[in-house]
Design a protein around this ligand. Structure first.
Ligand code: IDP
Ligand code: MG
Length: 144
């Protein structure tokens, strides 16, 4: 028998494409419909400095500059989402990175597409591990 687990928190970002296309409500509906709890939510434009920290693992990738410019192209909505196994659970809701390949039924599969920039505009960010979530939440919601 498995032992009880503590709830987790993850960072979700509604990227500038989701905000520009008025998909906030649709994405929130899926998160809340799944049963997770939105415990913090703010809409604002990111800074280049915080994106450099947030996307540090991608700094050497060929798509890095384009990704940062896209993330600065308009406001994002940052969410703290809570629930048991929410880190993995939200990644599952979000679907594969490339919205062209993401399965129908997922956020990226249903709402995202290629607009000529490859997999860049894919609606949402979700932390990829509990450790990443702790690190990323401190960037977007310091001290919370
Ligand atoms: P993830 O968001 O599914 O964790 P990562 O590999 O961590 O995917 O990439 C971070 C973000 O960088 C993606 O969500 C997407 O917006 C963008 N991205 C990833 N791969 C590419 C690429 O090959 N070209 C353009 N943008 C990319
Ligand atoms: Mg990632």
């Amino acid at each position: 028998m498995s032992s009880p687990t503590a709830p987790e928190r993850t960072l979700v970002l509604l990227k500038p494409d989701a905000v520009a296309r008025n998909l906030r409500g649709e994405v929130l509906r899926r998160i809340e419909g799944k049963g997770y709890t939105v415990v913090e939510m703010v809409q604002r434009t990111a800074t280049r400095d915080e994106l450099a920290v947030h996307y540090a693992e991608h700094r050497e990738k060929p798509f890095y500059e384009g990704l940062v410019d896209f993330m600065l192209s308009g406001p994002v909505v940052a969410l703290v989402v809570e629930g048991h196994q929410v880190v993995q659970g939200f990644r599952s809701l979000a679907g594969a990175t490339d919205p062209t390949k993401a399965a129908p039924g997922t956020i990226r599969g249903d709402l995202g597409r290629d607009w000529g920039n490859g997999p860049q505009e894919n609606i949402v960010h979700g932390s990829d591990s509990v450790e990443s979530a702790v690190r990323e939440l401190e960037i977007w919601f310091p001290g919370s």
